[in-house]
Design a protein around this ligand. Structure first.
Ligand SMILES: Nc1ncnc2c1ncn2[C@@H]1O[C@H](COP(=O)(O)OP(=O)(O)OP(=O)(O)O)[C@@H](O)[C@H]1O
Ligand SMILES: Cc1ncc(COP(=O)(O)O)c(N)n1
Length: 262
């Protein structure tokens, strides 16, 4: 059985973070292990509190699992601060972890901040250059390239600038754009590859980014090339959003246990 590691924060409501990652990994019939960076008190309405673990203890968790299990891909989600980012980057290098998918989580769908502002440069300089693929949404892409959030800028331009940070591939997600299609753009430094689906009219997108990046990690672990891995993952997230899970009073999570087949 292929094994995937998620390094991310806990979402007590179970829709995003480590919980979304492990559900997704299970849906792909892959074995999932988790290194927790922070614990959030969170529900579908927002984030009520955050307790962050020390960089040392995050590193110890990585040592424990990597010395025993055998990961074909690793994904990172909420990393909370620069100390944790530096630890994770150092461990990725030390253990030569492959197929690293970096979801540069900064803000929850609810608007709550999940990454300290001063940590953004560490993300850019220490972790992103080690990634096989990074999966920023539109706003994260703007922050990483130093753009104003109100600036009207194409996914192509953002992807080109982001690729200079050193990841092998960049997937800029246009999910939060107010257009009729949910358009994501993959860039390898030479060509653009577009993945578009009709936009589903829903506010229930809690955990969509976590779910998509975990699905990509699974598909890479299963041996798919990046274009096919993104295609399969996009198909999965679209079905999961469509199906949805009406569990709370706010932005509800997706249904992780939809079929991964056609
Ligand atoms: N309403 C929607 N209809 C169809 N696809 C969507 C919709 N919203 C998001 N997506 C898709 O879901 C995936 C995740 O994108 P999104 O932009 O929501 O990520 P994100 O902002 O990082 O997520 P999160 O807010 O969970 O961190 C992308 O493939 C995106 O195109
Ligand atoms: C622990 C944790 N990690 C990531 C997210 C982002 O997901 P979303 O923006 O969909 O709420 C989250 N809300 N909580």
């Amino acid at each position: 059985m292929k094994q995937v590691l998620t390094i991310a924060g806990s979402d007590s409501s179970g829709g995003a973070g480590v919980q979304a990652d492990l559900k997704t990994i299970t849906a792909f019939d892959v074995y999932g292990a988790s290194v927790i960076t922070a614990v959030t008190a969170q529900n579908t309405l927002g984030v009520q509190g955050i307790e962050t673990l020390s960089g040392g203890f995050v590193g110890q968790q990585v040592d424990s699992v990597v010395s025993d299990l055998d990961f074909s891909a690793v994904k990172t989600g909420m990393l909370a601060n620069s100390e944790i980012i530096q630890t994770v980057a150092q461990k990725v290098k030390e253990y030569q972890l492959v197929n690293l998918v970096v979801d540069p989580v900064m803000v929850a769908t609810s608007g709550d901040l999940l990454l300290a502002k001063e940590a953004i440069n560490y993300l850019k300089e220490d972790l992103i250059p080690l990634a096989k693929v990074i999966t920023p949404n539109l706003n994260e892409a703007k922050v990483l390239t130093g753009k104003d959030l109100s600036e009207d800028i194409s996914l192509e331009e953002l992807a080109s600038e982001l690729h200079k940070l050193g990841a092998q591939y960049v997937l800029v997600k246009g999910g939060h754009q107010k257009q009729k299609v949910a358009r994501d753009l993959l860039y390898d430094g030479v060509k653009f590859n577009e993945f578009s689906t009709p936009r589903i009219k829903t506010a229930d997108t809690h955990g969509t980014g976590c779910t998509l990046s975990s699905a990509i990690a699974c598909n890479l672990a299963l041996g798919y090339q990046i274009e096919e891995a993104v295609k399969r993952s996009k198909k999965y997230i679209t079905k999961a959003i469509k199906s949805g899970c009406q569990v709370g009073a706010g932005n509800n999570p997706v249904d992780h246990f939809v079929s991964i087949e056609e």
